[in-house]
Write a protein that binds this ligand. Structure first.
Ligand code: GMT
Length: 383
């Protein structure tokens, strides 16, 4: 198949899933065309069957903001018709689903039919999507996509609750590539970070308010009162200055390391004894899955799709949102009991294996084929 992929090319989960999906499809022999405004963060080396088309941003004195939607739609029309793509897969409803709809209509006027798949990732529905500023467009473009997927059952239900959805939403979970995410032996790193054998707690995110990284620090503070430990904070974002202030106020700067954005997250996860994800909203929680693939049990909140990934009492613990006391009690329970810790590490890896890219990729391929086949009669009638 010739597949077009549109996503936000940043470190956010939706961009990561879109890029890893495209790379996986290309490894299976499909021709994959990424159409984005910047090279996606994880598209960082040459790979056979992968093509990259940058959406250029025009400048004109009249525009205070460059019209991204128009630029993307024009680029889509150009790439799809020139490369003869079979299907277009857009990640994140705003504005990608709406732009895809527009490109599809333009192509239809030129007798070219292409099915559109929209994948909902969460914040496009739960945080911004149902804001009146966007909701009519989001609802319309979901209902007018040929196929819609959501990354958890929770997100599917939330979408149906927030909008008047007339199409069936297929749940396809986030996935993990074990060629990359697996525990590696980084003893020398571990010695540098925890020279006296301290336990290592870890959190990765984009440090937005929704991630509640302050709760991570508060949980760590309570754990550190009883067990010598270190906290690794991987990533960066708007909350970081406040978090640094918090560390100073509680006098734990020597125990807490801000590592900034990192490419080789799997190497850092391999050092971890426990992963903390206390988010206020999380449609799936890809970062928790990445930790589990590296054999790190998870303490998470109970929101969104997190309980679908992190099995309470099995791969870690699921606690009520904001309940820092419960989260620290659970963390201590694991860290104080070697047998339980070992059991949960094994269970985390086994659970992660269920989300292996090997299992999820064929689900996308079958879904694409189904939509292409459905459109075939239309194709014949307009060619
Ligand atoms: O969580 C973020 O800040 C990034 C966000 C995004 O939209 O890129 O991630 C969302 O999509 C990921 C991939 O499907 C999910 O694993 C995350 O749970 C989801 N984030 C939220 O729902 C807050």
């Amino acid at each position: 198949m010739k597949i077009g992929i549109v996503c936000y090319p940043t470190f956010g989960g939706s961009g990561v899933v879109a890029t890893e999906l495209g790379l996986g499809l290309a490894r299976k022999g499909h021709k994959v065309h990424f159409i984005t405004y910047k090279r996606p963060a994880r598209l960082n080396s040459f790979q056979e069957n992968v093509y990259y088309h940058e959406v250029s941003s025009g400048s004109y004195p009249l525009f205070e903001h460059s019209p991204y939607e128009t630029e993307l739609a024009s680029k889509l029309v150009d790439v799809i018709s020139y490369e003869k793509l079979d299907i277009l897969h857009v990640h994140y409803a705003i504005p990608h689903a709406a732009v895809a709809y527009m490109a599809k209509q333009i192509l239809k006027s030129k007798n070219y039919a292409i099915p559109i798949v929209t994948t909902l990732h969460g914040t496009d529905i739960t945080l911004v999507g149902n804001d009146k500023t966007y909701s009519p467009v989001v609802e319309f473009s979901i209902n007018n996509s040929d196929g819609v997927t959501a990354v958890s059952n929770h997100l599917k239900e939330a979408t149906n609750r927030h909008f008047n959805i007339t199409t069936d939403i297929k749940v396809i979970y986030n996935f993990i590539d074990f060629n990359r995410f697996q525990k590696t032996d980084k003893e020398h790193f571990k010695k540098a970070i925890a020279p006296d054998g301290e336990k290592i707690l870890i959190h990765t995110s984009n440090f937005r308010k929704v991630k509640r990284v302050d709760d991570v620090i508060k949980v760590f503070q309570k754990v550190n009162e009883q067990i010598p430990s270190k906290l690794l904070l991987v990533g960066d974002g708007p909350e970081r200055p406040k978090l640094e202030t918090l560390c100073r106020e509680i006098g734990l700067c020597d125990q807490i390391r801000f590592l900034g954005k990192q490419d080789a997250v799997e190497e850092l996860l391999s050092l971890g004894d426990l992963f903390i994800l206390p988010s206020a909203q999380e449609s799936f929680g890809l970062s928790a899955l990445e930790a589990m693939a590296c054999e790190v049990p998870v303490i998470s909140s109970d929101v969104g799709g997190l309980p679908e990934v992190n099995l309470d009492g099995v791969t870690g613990f699921v606690c009520a949102l904001g309940d820092v006391d419960a989260m620290s009690q659970c963390a201590l329970e694991i860290l104080k009991d070697d047998d339980l810790h070992k059991k949960m590490k094994v269970a985390s890896l086994n659970r992660a294996k269920e989300f292996s890219i090997k299992n999820i990729l064929p689900v996308y391929e079958d879904f694409y084929q189904e939509l292409i086949d459905k459109l075939k009669p239309t194709l014949q009638s307009i060619s």
